[in-house]
Write a protein that binds this ligand. Structure first.
Ligand code: SF4
Length: 232
């Protein structure tokens, strides 16, 4: 059962307060957090772990991540004793490439659909509360993100999507990371600003749009934050 949260009132609250309000509003809804191990996700994860040490952490394991991302995932999973689920597509990379070719070159939308959107849709069906590290500043496509939104999955189920860092700036992310001595993905030190699958991630040419380095600038979203419909 979903918690009963006044969606308008939470907009003015800070990240920790948003979590407190959402988590105290309902009778123990099943909660999860999606995590690509980027800096924002580690902040949300740290805040959540203090309240829900066993929260399921969903990592979309496309098989195309940087080796450094897998190494960091494994290290943080051990150090933070994460309850990690690697959400897997139906086919391995090898199987998909032999069946359909190198989709991230020919049809990245289909590749993201098969390796991210469909596995996540299925995984989210088990939860009522979905925490994310999304921020409005990350991309023009996220400008209207609210801290707490009702989302309807394609199957009809509605869940509460909570993005406590929605109004954080890039500077705030790094202030928090430094102040709390959080480790971070090594690719940031090379100039990457938004880190996903290796073939679809580059150092952004437009510093004002950190996700412009994704998919060679051809698209800004993989679909995991657009497949569900906001239920007003
Ligand atoms: S980000 Fe690229 S490699 Fe990853 S699932 Fe999407 S198209 Fe495929």
């Amino acid at each position: 059962m979903q918690p009963n949260v006044n969606l308008e009132n939470v907009e003015a609250l800070g990240a920790e307060e948003v979590l407190s309000v959402v988590l105290s509003a309902g009778p123990g809804p099943r909660a999860c957090v999606t995590c690509s191990f980027q800096a924002e996700d580690m902040i949300v994860l740290r805040m959540l772990k203090a309240r829900l040490p066993e929260i399921p952490v969903l990592f979309l394991d496309t098989g195309y991540h940087f080796a450094e991302t897998y190494q960091y995932r494994d290290r943080m999973t051990k150090e933070w004793a994460l309850n990690l689920t690697n959400v897997l597509p139906k086919n391995t990379v090898k199987q998909q490439e032999s069946l359909l070719g190198i989709l991230h070159r020919t049809d990245p939308t289909q590749c993201c659909q098969l390796r991210k959107v469909e596995p996540l849709m299925e995984a989210l069906g088990h939860f009522e509360l979905w925490f994310t590290g999304l921020r409005r500043e990350q991309s023009p496509t996220r400008r209207n993100l609210k801290k707490v939104e009702q989302h309807r999955l394609p199957g009809g189920k509605t869940l509460l999507k909570v993005s406590p860092l929605a109004d954080w700036t890039w500077a705030q992310v790094w202030e928090y990371t430094g102040a709390n001595s959080l480790s971070y993905l090594p690719q940031y030190d090379e100039g990457y600003a938004s880190i996903g699958c290796q073939p679809c991630t580059a150092i952004p040419e437009d510093p004002s749009n950190p996700r412009s380095g994704r998919w060679n600038g051809k698209k800004l979203e993989c679909g995991i934050h657009t497949f569900s419909e906001r239920a007003e």
